[in-house]
Write a protein that binds this ligand. Structure first.
Ligand code: PEP
Length: 250
């Protein structure tokens, strides 16, 4: 069944120059006309484009997000960006614990937890990413790994309305591979059960996005799975036409 309160989030990663603001404008236009579907829609653009993108969106339901934040609000952290700075630039959400951050920057569950707390402190919705590697899935360890990541990355007392989880199998990101619908259903239901123990105020209502090689041609099948409340989309979010083929499923 389709979620009653879905959100589709694009993650541009380290892509996007001034000219790419045209794509933001095209998504904004589709949100205004209804062509983007009835879900919530957000684009996590590179930090260099956040302020400009957000300034284009006054009055639009399209939201802008960041892709990472530091745990501290300010200080001697050269090259880092705080959640407060993202908020100040006009962001509404921020991705934390993406597998590329975990792999390339050594981010642990404890660090991701601090970043999610920083996001909440600044008034941003954290999108907390979890996901198993191919080796972990092949070893039958998926639920154990996801359980640990959820337990340790999701702050206790998180506001279920203002916290989003993204299940992104590492081996499905940017590969064109996706898990079976049965496997997606199993992990998402497992995460909702786990969240209910961590966040007694309504963890089972926290939205869980699926991410990993979502594109227009597979979106309808993936988004119809129980406990899937939307998508986190990498490659297919760079061009408005591709992205709208996914949001338009709702
Ligand atoms: C991502 O990195 O968040 C992602 C889902 O990437 P892709 O859609 O390109 O697999």
């Amino acid at each position: 069944a389709f979620s009653s309160h879905p959100i589709v989030v694009g993650n541009w990663k380290m892509n996007g120059l001034q000219a790419s603001l045209d794509q933001v404008l095209a998504v904004r236009e589709a949100c205004a006309t209804g062509a983007a579907g009835r879900c919530e829609v957000a684009l996590c653009v590179p930090a260099t484009l956040i302020a400009q993108a957000a300034s284009l969106l006054a009055g639009s339901r399209l939201m802008i997000g960041g892709q990472d934040c530091h745990a501290a609000a300010l200080g001697a952290h050269t090259g880092d960006i705080s959640a407060e700075m993202l908020k100040d630039a006009g962001a509404k959400l921020v991705i934390v614990g993406h597998s590329e951050r975990r792999a390339n920057h050594g981010e642990t569950d404890a660090i991701v937890n601090e970043k999610a707390q920083a996001a909440a402190r600044a008034g941003l919705t954290p999108i907390i990413c979890v996901g198993e590697t191919r080796a972990e899935r092949d070893a039958g360890e998926t639920l154990r790994v996801i359980g640990r990541q959820i337990d340790d990355s999701v702050p206790r007392g998180s506001n279920p309305e203002a916290t989003i989880i993204a299940y992104e199998p590492v081996w499905a990101i940017g590969t064109g591979l996706t898990p079976t619908e049965k496997d997606v259903a199993e992990v998402h239901a497992f995460i909702h059960r786990r969240l209910a123990t961590l966040v007694p105020t309504g963890g089972k209502d926290m939205r869980i996005l699926y991410g990993g090689s979502v594109k227009a041609s597979n979106a309808a099948a993936l988004l119809a799975i129980d406990h899937v409340d939307g998508a986190l989309v990498g490659g297919a979010s760079l061009k408005a036409a591709d992205f709208l083929g996914i949001t338009g499923v709702y």
